[in-house]
Design a protein around this ligand. Structure first.
Ligand SMILES: [Cu+2]
Length: 132
């Protein structure tokens, strides 16, 4: 009987570990159209492993680029801005969903999100990622 209890405890312990490994961090679900993000604000915990699921319902390709803290893009987006990108999901083709995981910044604050394709910021493709 004691042996059976031990086996049961061990089995419980193993399943707990597997569950801990299997569950991911927070996720962001975003719908992209020509030319907007929905929603336009997202909040994630600092340093979290975040899964981004971006669905492009538009008719042209779009991007989701997180700018470094304290930087923002003055349109048009160009070479001056490339170095300020913290992380980006690029080339989300029209009519598709693209997913990727990134590590949220460790520094709390409001990070600008933009689509860096020509003319897209000007048409409204701007959002805010809040890190808490
Ligand atoms: Cu775009």
């Amino acid at each position: 009987m004691k042996k059976l209890l031990l086996v049961a405890i061990l089995a419980l312990g193993i399943s707990t570990v597997l569950t801990a490994c299997g569950t991911g961090g927070p996720s962001i679900n975003i719908t992209i159209t020509d030319f907007a993000y929905a929603p336009t604000t997202w909040t994630v915990p600092a340093g979290a492993e975040v899964t981004l699921n971006a669905r492009n319902d538009g008719s042209v390709e779009h991007e989701f680029a997180i700018m470094k803290l304290g930087t923002s893009v003055t349109p048009p987006f160009g070479d001056k801005d490339e170095g300020n990108i913290f992380w980006e999901l690029d080339a989300v083709a029209a009519g598709t969903t693209k997913s990727a995981t990134f590590t949220a910044p460790s520094e709390p604050g409001d990070y600008e999100v933009i689509c860096g394709l020509a003319g897209h910021i000007e048409k409204g493709m701007v959002g805010t990622l809040t890190v808490k």
